[in-house]
Design a protein around this ligand. Structure first.
Ligand code: FE
Length: 206
């Protein structure tokens, strides 16, 4: 958990307060071990977060054979990294091209590929995103600062309990010769959900 001293620097939000209260109550009643809770949170924040997905994307960018395996059988190709587990049993990777952009939503609830992206962001679970991503994907993308040219097709994929999607974004120009680690560092969670593109920071272009 974060530094308890600094937590006092700012008031907790409503939901954070409720979580704290619940955690205290469960601990007091002996129903949860705070250490186990910390481990669980750490797992989803650092071990199975979007850094996992970023490594998959970077590998696909530098290794054409891996990219092919990933597009043919994503679950198996992702498992090569050991990224397996709940909500990642049946993965499909969607490849962005200059003419096609893929965007992922779960209209029913919040299905999301946990082993490669961690826990879904709040907006992904929100009713407006879930409904509008299907009705007006271009409008949603534009609001997110990602305007799609008219001649580029936008494909929206509705996640289900059976299928989880990961978007393989386009490798940005100016990253020729970058190492896999350097590439992984610029791949964002939002790009792998399909609502943003990966860009190479200007100052790091070589
Ligand atoms: Fe869902």
């Amino acid at each position: 958990m974060s530094d308890p001293v600094h937590e006092h620097d700012r008031p907790l939000s409503g939901p954070a307060l409720r979580v704290k209260a619940l955690e205290s109550l469960l601990t007091e009643k002996g129903l949860v071990d705070p250490k186990a809770l910390d481990e669980l949170i750490d797992t989803y924040e650092t071990k199975v977060g979007p850094r996992n997905g970023a490594r998959i994307v970077a590998r696909a960018w530098v290794d054409p054979a891996y990219r092919q395996r990933l597009l043919a059988d994503a679950t198996a190709a992702i498992a090569e990294f050991g990224f397996i587990g709940r909500q990642g049993e049946d993965m499909v990777v969607l490849e962005n091209t200059p003419k096609v952009r893929n965007m992922v939503v779960c209209t029913l609830c919040s299905c999301y590929p946990w082993p490669v992206l961690g826990l879904p962001p709040v907006w992904y679970k929100s009713a407006p995103y879930r409904s509008r991503a299907v009705i007006d994907p271009r409008g949603v993308l534009k609001e997110l600062g990602n305007e799609i040219p008219e001649d580029v097709e936008v494909r929206v994929w509705d996640s289900t309990a059976e299928l989880r999607y990961l978007v393989l974004p386009e490798r940005p120009a100016g990253t020729e010769g970058w190492s896999e680690d350097e590439l992984a560092a610029i791949v964002t969670r939002d790009a792998m959900i399909g609502v943003a593109q990966v860009t190479a920071p200007a100052e790091s272009r070589r």
